[in-house]
Design a protein around this ligand. Structure first.
Ligand code: AMP
Length: 320
């Protein structure tokens, strides 16, 4: 199974309580792909500028990521400057430069057309919609967004939401999108905007999934196979308590990468698989935050991932 990911491939300047880094490799598609690459084949559609060199590209291809869909244009790559102050769960955007993304019109390479999964990473919803249209037959579409698009590109974003199987956003974004303070109420309001399921990420506190009626209806080869009421009850996956959090950037995209990567590695998306996938998402997020940028994700092994998965399971295991 292969995942096609569209999103930003970027340079990030980041300030956290643990220090600062200038222009590290980042972007929603970058974090997502690195995380998902431990589970399945990943292909990227994005655009970069002249500052993206063979060195950066090799950091992706080394993990087996297909970069043939990364277009190069004259100019500079997407650039984001962010900081985290007291609360590592809240990113403050100091600068966003779309640069080559301003004129980008995504084209899906012929060799990517048989992709099974589609990840619409955090990027202009118009681009998300255009890629979705070019791939109408994928098994699952997972999408992400952020306050920037919720605030200033709301109408376009609302057109993408009904196209999604799963929307992954954080709690602040859930409140912003819905206009509701209470998270339960906010989540239901977001589900009513069209995604079949919603994963609300709570940073260092894990993630909660909310399901609409149709959440597991689509992919069933056997229509007689009905899921129980429990399958669509909200589900909370914890995050691994960490003693060091260096840089939260990319945690959300890494979560999505672990989540989609794991699901794409299975023949069927069941309620049980969805829940397990959220645990793998949590594991990948936990690695991402341990170093600046993508450093940690690039250094880990599948064995370390599985070890953490077991720890995460044990974290909330009841003895009865
Ligand atoms: P997150 O997983 O939410 O921490 O995503 C972090 C990544 O999002 C960073 O590497 C940024 O380059 C990227 N990013 C920040 N703002 C935007 C934006 N408006 N559009 C696309 N990508 C962004």
């Amino acid at each position: 199974m292969a995942i096609l990911a569209i999103g930003s491939v970027a340079f990030d300047s980041i300030e956290t309580l643990e220090g600062r880094r200038e222009r590290c490799l980042g972007g929603s598609a970058t974090y997502f792909s690195l995380a998902a690459s431990f589970f399945t084949d990943v292909r990227i559609v994005a655009v970069v500028g002249e500052d993206f060199t063979e060195y950066e590209e090799a950091r992706l291809t080394r993990r087996g990521i297909d970069t043939r869909g990364i277009e190069r244009l004259p100019g500079k790559s997407f650039f984001w400057h962010g900081s985290y102050l007291e609360d590592m769960n809240v990113a403050h955007t100091l600068a966003t430069e779309l640069n080559v993304f301003e004129t980008f019109s995504p084209k899906i390479p012929e060799v990517y057309r048989d992709s099974d999964f589609l990840f619409l990473g955090n990027i202009d919803p118009v681009l998300q919609a255009s890629v979705r249209e070019q791939l109408p037959n994928v098994r699952m579409v997972v999408g992400d967004t952020m306050n920037y698009w919720i605030n200033d590109h709301r109408e376009n974003l609302l057109k993408v939401l009904p196209q999604l199987d799963t929307l992954t956003i954080n709690d602040g974004e859930t409140r912003l999108l819905s206009g509701e303070r209470n998270l339960m109420v906010a989540a239901q309001a977001v589900l009513a905007m069209g995604p079949k399921s919603l994963i609300v990420k709570h940073g260092e506190f894990g993630a909660t999934a909310y399901f609409g009626e149709q959440a597991f209806a689509g992919g069933d080869e056997n229509p007689a196979e009905h899921h129980s009421h429990h399958d669509t009850m909200p589900f909370r996956a914890p995050a691994l308590p960490l003693s060091v959090i260096v840089d939260p950037t990319g945690a959300g995209d890494s979560f999505a990468g672990g989540f989609c990567g794991y699901l794409a590695s299975l023949p069927k998306i069941t309620p049980a698989a969805f829940r397990t996938a959220m645990f793998y998402g949590g594991v990948m997020g936990s690695f991402a935050v341990e170093h600046f940028g993508t450093e940690r994700l690039e250094a880990i092994t599948r064995a370390q991932i599985d070890e953490r998965f077991a720890e995460l399971k044990a974290l909330s295991h009841l003895l009865d």
